[in-house]
Design a protein around this ligand. Sequence first.
Ligand code: NAP
Ligand code: ZN
Length: 351
Amino acid sequence: METKQVKAYGKESVTQPLHEMTISRRAIQPHDVEFEVLYCGICHSDLHQIKNDFSHTMWPIVPGHEIVGRVTAVGGHVKGFKVGDLAAVGCIVDSCGHCEYCEDGIEQFCDEGVTFSFNSEDKVSGGHTFGGFSKTYVCNEKYVLKMPSFENLAAAAPLLCAGITVYSPLKHWGAAPGKKVGVLGIGGLGHLAIKIAKAMGAEVIVFTTSPNKVEDAKRLGADEAVLSSDAEAMSKYNRKLHFIIDTVSAKHDVNTYLNLLRPDGSVVLVGLPPEALEIGAFNVVSGRKSFSGSNIGGIAETQEMLDFCFKHNIVAESEIINIDYVNTAFERLEKGDVHYRFVIDMASLNQ
Ligand code: NAP
Ligand code: ZN
């Protein structure tokens, strides 16, 4: 297959720092859109993958799956995009398109396995996919989102993963007026969960391990914020919450949070701690509670989320960085020193 050489930032092993490299992208196919990457968010999943936390990292890796850009070329059969349009890509860049889950718009659960925008087997060109820490991106127009004209386009990039990952379960589990929704962990996902759940009309109670985020959670729109080490403050919420979105990236005790649920409530895990989590039987049988999970969202729902956030003026609180700061950014993300998302200005990677 014809390819194009593209400048990118990636690495060949766990121990290496990310560095400039050249990758091959497929030349555009009839249904493909090519765009120049303008901004790319940094998600904790990028950090898990460059550390090989899940033991399935393909080397070399080029991270980045919160990608916003401007179209530079379209294939002959492309109908929805033209050169100069804004475009965006999140986590999904391909799926079978015909299984019952693809037909239902939940491509993330495709029977044949979804292709992710980076670190995933690429069924079109062979090899594996490279993410948005690069000058350009190419994919089938079915998986390219229409980016609304956000005033702060850079700060909107994190919606492509962090935004949809919390929007989808908030909608599925019914965030709405009269519902008390917990958000566990105030990082990239958690801070957007606060904003989106509030825009859906729910009452939002936040649980954090960081004393300095208690007040900040209220600035972000939370009705209440609780330091999770404060047992007395925690007990105030026993049996009070309809459901909780758990965004924590490391091992933690979910039983504490099952106790805060009303009967029939659910702790919905979206964080990806590499270690298994333990659940006490009585914490779920008593109260018919569930411990569940959710993975990103389908393409149509991602478009719906972008339009919802545009309408409600929701973007991420972002620290915009140049590409040469990216290794420091990952170190800071690992330490929890980010308020609340790093976004790379890709103009800093010169072609
Ligand atoms: P992040 O910005 O690092 O936020 C994670 C937050 O979790 C931290 O800010 C911290 O919040 C809390 N936390 C971290 N370590 C903790 C610990 N040991 N105990 C308790 N709390 C801790 O990460 P993110 O980008 O939001 O991603 C969060 C997780 O979701 C990651 O595992 C990521 O891979 C995963 N993810 C999943 C999906 C999906 O589709 N399911 C999509 C995207 C990301 P406080 O300081 O407030 O305690
Ligand atoms: Zn992500």
